[in-house]
Design a binder for this molecule. Structure first.
Ligand code: AMP
Ligand code: MG
Length: 338
């Protein structure tokens, strides 16, 4: 199969929409990362997503919709709190897990009776969803286990020859995948995966907000998890990622200077001073910038042929929690604590 590279024009969006309607797979930009889309109601098309990614069948896909009005077309029940959150956070990087309607096939929901739903804010994604006129199931457009793609070139690197088309909409602003939540009860928000919609931002709209423990620590493969995606190794470049939890820059610098071998890199904050003689990349100072750059840096580190990458630890609050979580998962939760 030749993968078409489409552009952000009305004509190409119409072409991409027609491909989706025909049951083909099209990668498209969103405000988080690039997604690998197929009509969520066409079983064969959704199966083809799993095949293209090499994704385990029990890892559910998120269904993307063009407007909040479509929630009842996908979810069997939309509680009051979900409507309230949709009003505030749609369109945007928030996925809500709700009971699925019977016409959403189990292949889309990874065999679950629930389905993750979100409305992306990227204008190209929105135009594509409107033109296609169907709900679009889309995981991140990387090969399973690899860092999520934030440019069309990243998608091509992983998917060329495996899908019908890539719609190029430039670099994604957000850089990490959406926040995934479910509701334990009508007042409780349970964060399954942190994203740029933080616990702090959700707090005013719920009695209680809490973060699943799988965000902070490795689960055993047998563990029963609320979100199947959390048990898989994820987001990893070929280089070995090793976060170093140091009380300050001086101790980080001293430790890596004595431990780094030829071919190793450091991934620093922008405000960190220079470390002599160790190849360096940087990924910003605040959560939003770090989210925007993390996966891009992972791919650049692979292109540079990095062996081990010693990484400065992001914060664990606000939007930074999403960066911390992706970094820890890329590292398989192995960390150097000084
Ligand atoms: P990706 O599409 O690669 O960003 O992954 C989607 C994420 O959403 C995975 O981590 C899934 O586990 C999670 N997710 C999607 N649907 C559900 C669901 N019905 N229940 C729990 N988690 C879900
Ligand atoms: Mg993914």
């Amino acid at each position: 199969m030749r993968t078409k590279l489409l552009h952000d024009t009305e004509e190409d969006i119409a072409l991409a929409a027609a491909l989706l309607q025909k049951g083909e797979i099209v990668a498209f930009p969103t405000e988080t990362v690039y997604g690998l889309g197929a009509d969520a109601r066409q079983e064969d098309a959704v199966h083809a997503i799993f095949a293209a990614k090499g994704r385990p069948a029990d890892n559910p896909l998120i269904v993307h919709i063009a407007s909040a009005d479509m929630l009842p077309e996908i979810a069997a029940d939309v509680p009051e709190i979900a409507w309230k959150l949709a009003q505030v956070f749609f369109p945007g990087p928030l996925t809500m897990v709700l009971p699925k309607r019977p016409d959403i096939p189990y292949v889309t929901s990874g065999g679950l009776d629930t389905v993750g739903i979100r409305m992306p804010s990227h204008p190209t994604a929105n135009a594509l969803l409107k033109a296609a006129g169907c709900p679009v199931a889309a995981p991140s457009a990387n090969r399973s286990g690899r860092p999520s793609p934030t440019t069309a070139a990243h998608v091509m690197a992983d998917m060329d020859g495996r899908i019908a088309a890539v719609l190029d909409g430039g670099a994604c602003e957000g850089g990490v995948e959406s926040t995934v939540i479910c509701f334990d009860d009508p007042e409780t928000i349970h964060i399954l995966r942190p994203g740029l919609v933080s616990a702090e931002m959700l707090a005013p709209y719920a009695g209680k907000v809490y973060v699943d423990r799988a965000v902070y620590s490795q689960l055993s493969p047998e563990a029963k998890v609320a979100s199947p995606g959390m048990k898989y190794r994820h987001y990893a470049p070929h280089a070995k990622i090793l976060p170093v939890d140091a009380p300050d820059f001086a101790s980080f610098s001293a430790w890596v200077t004595t431990h780094a071998q030829t071919g190793d890199y450091v991934l620093l904050f922008d405000s960190d001073p220079v470390i002599e003689n160790i190849p360096t990349m940087r990924y910003g100072d605040d959560g939003r910038t770090q989210a925007h750059l993390l996966f891009r840096r992972f791919r650049e580190l692979d292109e540079a042929g990095a062996h081990t990458v010693y990484v400065r630890m992001p914060e664990q609050t606000g939007t930074s929690l999403s960066v911390y979580n992706r970094l820890m998962r890329a590292a398989g939760f192995e960390v150097i604590t000084l």
